[in-house]
Design a protein around this ligand. Structure first.
Ligand code: KQY
Length: 363
């Protein structure tokens, strides 16, 4: 593996494809952190296994597990899923596995962004994060691809969505947050995204999902289903604080054009009714620093937009809500060539994210 410091993907003719383009595989991390996953992660591991199995129907899944969890991961996962021992601080592959880029000849490289646990000492979610921060480079080494070193720029994979045709979508709430790259202007942040993803247009949604502790990652509120078309998390409940947030995103998208000058077609994807954490769930979580990780009644950032597009499936969350079925039907109609698999994901949600957040496609 070569570490590239003197060039950028755009300069070298590499681009990040849309998630709906073909994948070679998918990376996940086995969960065990006791202040993220209730009751030591027993239920979360079962949900992660279901996600891994669904994705493995059509692509090679690699699960990174600690030494402590390696045997358990190997026992819980089927033999066609690869398990490798790799250190991490938690289990958010989307955010700290590499962003993969490829050129016209099909050569693949990784981008190793800086990671500081969603805001560092400003408003980050845990400390330390050093093992997470080293994963992208280790994974490029494992997969035998060269890696662009961009650790001087803080970015999580869940904070970007691309259409593969020159457009990247982000939220202002996240990319302009104080805990990431406060020394950079919006224009300088755009320049980094353009150089490292090989895009020419950034769509800046104002915000994400209420109470999303990542400073409102885009991958929980809006996702490309194909170039020029997105799904947007939506509620019709005007009394819900999310209503104005989703509406602000819709207003922005209705006026926007992408890198190819197309207007964006927006499909509304209903949100489940507010999901809150129970006292029993909170009792199963260790404290983070000296404070409880979650408090009973706290609203979680549940959204059906947090799905993964595999080669042959859409792997989406369910919450036991009446809207589960409706959201599934909408996604099925938008992806007629892929079968939608819905996985009950409350135990992933309690950790602070969902299926898209725990997966990273390898191209
Ligand atoms: O990408 C994500 N949604 C990660 C959230 C991390 C939460 C840590 N408890």
């Amino acid at each position: 593996m070569r570490r590239i410091t003197e060039s950028t993907p755009a300069a070298d003719g590499f681009r990040m494809p849309g998630e709906f383009e073909p994948h070679r595989g998918c990376i996940m991390i086995f969960p065990e952190r006791a202040d993220s996953w209730q009751y030591g992660g027993y239920a979360a591991r079962k949900a992660f296994v279901q996600v891994a199995e669904a994705i493995a129907r059509s692509e090679k899944v690699t699960v990174c597990a600690s030494d402590a969890q390696y045997d358990n991961a190997r026992a819980m996962l089927p033999p066609w899923i690869r398990v490798v021992e790799m250190s991490s601080n938690d289990a958010w592959a989307r955010d700290y596995a590499p962003t993969f880029v490829k050129n016209e000849e099909g050569e693949v490289r990784g981008v190793d962004w800086g990671f500081n646990a969603w805001g560092g000492l400003q408003d980050g979610l845990y400390f330390p994060w050093d093992k997470d921060n080293r994963m992208a480079r280790k994974l490029c080494d494992l997969l035998d691809v060269d890696v662009y070193d961009k650790r001087d720029f803080i970015l999580e994979g869940g904070s970007i969505h691309v259409d593969g045709e020159g457009t990247c979508m982000v939220t202002e709430a996240c990319l302009l947050s104080e805990g990431r790259n406060p020394e950079l202007t919006r224009e300088q942040i755009e320049a980094v995204l353009c150089a490292y993803l090989n895009v020419s247009k950034i769509l800046w949604l104002p915000c994400g999902i209420y109470q999303d502790e990542t400073n409102e990652h885009v991958d929980n509120i809006c996702a490309f289903v194909k170039p020029g078309e997105v799904v947007l998390a939506w509620t019709e409940d005007r009394d819900d604080v999310q209503y104005e947030m989703s509406k602000a995103c819709l207003s922005y998208l209705e006026k926007a054009v992408d890198a190819k000058g197309r207007r964006i077609k927006v499909h509304k994807l209903p949100l489940p009714k507010p999901v809150t954490v129970t006292a029993e769930e909170c009792a199963g979580l260790d404290a983070c620093w000296d404070a409880p990780t979650r408090t009973p009644g706290e609203r979680l950032a549940a959204s059906y937009v947090n799905f993964y597009i595999s080669n042959e499936n859409i792997v989406m969350p369910g919450f036991g809500d009446p809207a589960d079925e409706q959201a599934k039907e909408i996604l099925q109609a938008l992806f007629p060539e892929r079968e939608v698999v819905q996985i009950y994901a409350r135990d992933i949600l309690i950790g602070g994210g969902n299926i898209h957040c725990i997966t990273q496609q390898v191209i």
